[in-house]
Design a protein around this ligand. Structure first.
Ligand SMILES: Nc1ncnc2c1ncn2[C@@H]1O[C@H](COP(=O)(O)OP(=O)(O)OP(=O)(O)O)[C@@H](O)[C@H]1O
Length: 285
């Protein structure tokens, strides 16, 4: 397989659950060595799209190629190259957490170091606890570890940081970034804009089963602003007199008004992306 072919290419995907059209012509791609975040409101079709890409569901129409293969027809060799962390994990094992992780690693030819992963995600702190007794956040950490332990070429993470405390969330982000740096394609869904701002190389915003916008975070923000007759200028004021910021802002606002424009001061980063998402949802409603 060539690394210049995207790890995931979904085109014009459609899927209905009875009368509910969950995917309605969805296009989605994910590159090797990059983190792609799939964003959208509840019920947008994110989990359904991932289920099609992991071969759990067969789309009604369109095509999906994962590592060059049709996931619905792919065999065990393909599945070993794809890691999956699904919502609620389905982890009901009566085995201790670390035992299950070691077992998961033993199924792969070249797994990551179990002790390193367990330590990084704090799994060693509850390694002897039976899986069915784990808290929600502990279960999430174990599910993430199991998804990545086989050093997959592509990994799907459905809301990986949901239910995790801030310090573990930070460690998870570091782990995900490191994984992408080694060439893995990471596809994640999240509702947390900080995850996106801190992690994603590209985003795909979906609603009602269709892609509304895609590209890098900056591209999605600037394309959206350009479409609304707006532009974002980033600047740092240096050597500013203490207390003169208000007067300077007022001067800049009147200067913008001279050109028929309005100056808005934005919060930047995650906050900008969140307001773009809200605008896109509103426009689509
Ligand atoms: N098994 C199912 N049977 C019927 N309808 C379903 C089923 N699974 C999902 N749906 C519907 O399909 C649509 C897409 O659901 P999906 O779970 O893919 O959304 P999502 O973007 O992952 O949402 P969330 O952010 O809440 O996890 C929703 O309208 C949902 O109610």
């Amino acid at each position: 397989m060539h690394n210049d072919t995207p790890a995931l290419v979904a085109e014009d995907l459609t899927l209905s659950y009875g009368p509910v059209r969950a995917l309605d012509g969805l296009d989605l791609r994910a590159e090797h060595g990059a983190v792609t975040a799939v964003l959208g409101p509840n019920g947008a079709g994110k989990t359904t799209a991932i289920s099609c890409a992991t071969g759990l569901l067969r789309p009604d129409g369109g095509s999906v190629r994962v590592l060059g293969e049709d996931p619905w027809r792919a065999g065990p060799g393909h599945r070993a190259r794809v890691g999956v962390m699904i919502q609620d994990g389905g982890l009901t094992s009566g085995a201790p957490a670390l035992t299950l992780l070691r077992y998961g690693a033993s199924l792969h030819a070249d797994p990551l170091d179990v002790d390193e992963v367990a330590q990084h995600l704090g799994i060693d702190e509850f390694g002897g606890t039976l899986v069915r007794r784990l808290s929600g956040g502990q279960r999430q950490r174990l599910a993430l570890a199991l998804a990545i332990i086989g050093r997959p070429d592509l990994v799907f993470l459905d809301e990986p940081t949901a239910g995790m405390d801030p310090s573990i969330r930070r460690r998870v982000r570091t782990l995900i970034k490191g994984l992408a740096r080694t060439g893995t394609a990471v596809v994640l869904t999240t509702h947390l804009m900080d995850d996106v701002a801190g992690l994603a190389d590209s985003v795909c915003v979906i609603a009602r089963g269709r892609a509304l916008a895609s590209g890098s975070v900056d591209e999605v923000i600037s394309d959206h602003q350009a479409g609304r007759g707006a532009a974002c200028l980033q600047a740092t004021l240096r050597d500013i007199e203490p207390g003169s910021l208000d007067a300077l802002t007022a001067d800049l606002q009147s200067l913008a008004a001279k050109h028929g424009a309005r100056l808005e001061l934005g919060a930047g980063g995650a906050a900008d992306l969140e307001s773009v998402l809200l605008d896109l949802m509103e426009e689509d409603a």
